[in-house]
Design a protein around this ligand. Structure first.
Ligand SMILES: Cc1cc2nc3c(=O)[nH]c(=O)nc-3n(C[C@H](O)[C@H](O)[C@H](O)COP(=O)(O)O)c2cc1C
Length: 369
């Protein structure tokens, strides 16, 4: 029985296309687990899920979140987001379905639905991991997040096609391993975001220029996934920035258009975030632009102001936002008022994996963070 102040968070919600039901309104957003094998001298030995990967998700399942997203899973082993990523690459020597099945089963063991996050990091990979990243264009990321980054090479059309096929293969693989669908990482300045942003996409072919062209890669991936997975059964989710908080980056107006295109293409779930490595708004440390805003002061959420507007653009998909939620009563209020459908949690569940069940039972109200 949920505590009266958080009743709205305890309500189930269904994804309209897939029909999947989430038992409550709180999800564990994607958070890199860094629990895959790593061998700096041999790519063949990188990316196999380790026992810790299973343990983490077992713990997360017991904590009560209705939906559990896995963190970054690169779809190309030459393009890791960081060392120790679990990787889904058709060239890996092991059976990918068998390798991912135990962690997915662990995440789903207490009734949560599970959406692993698929990623192409593009230029946003530290140079100690990859000195030769590929991106939409050759725009290098300056030092940020205490790291330095290599000069990227623009992806050729064939390489884009290969990536599209890899995303489709990876999505199919995790579903065969038991997952309820996938989430694409199109936020935080990673690969899809680099295509969407005029700051990092200087292409002159059909993948650059107009918004339609900059969104093409992401939409092609959604279409390819959909061709393999019936959306009437599986969830396609997208983590999307409300905007990049940088001059020349993705704008709120354009992201709203992309959001609608994605919904029309079959996306059933959006996790709204913001910022890139150069402007890491998702960490909540862009003081002037975020923490001073009255709505953020009240709810804690960094992006509620934009997510609530994005919800109005949608006609069907479920939308949540992650970043800054620390007070269960404020989370419940935002859901009760219909500002958003769900609330995503990252660091609070690292600090206390049982935060969701504790807030629903009324044992705690705020995260210790
Ligand atoms: C250690 C760490 C790893 C993260 N890994 C991912 C990731 O794999 N994918 C992703 O979309 N966001 C990732 N994020 C961002 C979080 O999902 C989330 O957007 C951010 O932590 C803000 O939410 P919070 O205030 O609830 O922590 C990561 C954040 C941290 C701190």
């Amino acid at each position: 029985m949920a505590s009266p102040n958080v009743l709205s968070l305890a309500q189930a919600i269904s994804f309209p296309l897939s029909g999947k039901t989430v038992r409550n309104r709180v999800y564990r957003t994607a958070l890199s687990e860094y629990s895959g094998s790593y061998d700096e001298n041999n790519i063949e030995n990188c990316g196999k899920p380790l026992p810790r990967y299973i343990e983490l998700h077992k713990e997360m399942a017991a904590g009560g979140a209705g939906l559990i997203c896995f963190g970054n899973i690169p779809v190309h082993r030459d393009h890791m987001e960081n060392i120790n990523n679990a990787i889904l690459d058709p060239n890996n020597a092991w059976n990918a379905v068998d390798a991912f099945r135990p962690a997915i089963a662990a995440a789903m063991s207490q009734g949560a639905i599970c959406l692993p996050q698929l990623t192409f990091p593009g230029r946003q990979v530290p140079d100690y991991v990859n000195k030769h990243p590929k991106s939409a264009s050759d725009v290098q990321l300056g030092p940020s997040m205490d790291k330095t980054y290599g000069q990227p090479t623009p992806l050729s059309r064939d390489e884009i096609k290969d990536l599209v096929n890899r995303f489709a293969w990876a999505a199919h693989t995790v579903v065969k391993a038991g997952a309820d669908g996938i989430v694409l990482h199109a936020a935080h300045g990673y690969g899809f975001n680099q295509f969407l942003s005029p700051e990092t996409n200087k292409r002159t072919d059909e993948y650059g220029g107009s918004l339609e062209n900059r969104a093409r890669f992401l939409l092609e991936v959604v279409a390819a996934i959909k061709a393999n997975l019936p959306v009437a059964k599986y969830v396609i989710g997208v983590k999307l920035n409300c905007h990049d908080f940088s001059e020349g980056g993705t704008s709120f107006a354009e992201q709203c258009v992309v959001l609608k295109w994605l919904e029309d293409a079959g996306v059933d779930f959006f996790d709204v975030s913001g910022g890139t490595y150069a402007t890491p708004a998702w960490r909540g440390n862009i003081q002037k632009e975020l923490t001073d805003r009255p709505i953020q002061r009240y709810y804690g959420s960094y992006f509620i102001e934009w997510a609530q507007e994005m919800k109005k653009v949608l006609s069907r998909a479920v939308i949540g936002t992650t970043g800054g939620w620390r007070d269960a009563h404020r989370m419940a209020e935002a859901v009760r008022e219909g500002k958003i459908d769900m609330c995503g949690l990252g660091r609070p569940l690292r600090e206390n994996p049982f935060f969701v069940s504790e807030i629903l039972e009324g044992k705690v109200r705020t995260s210790n963070l």
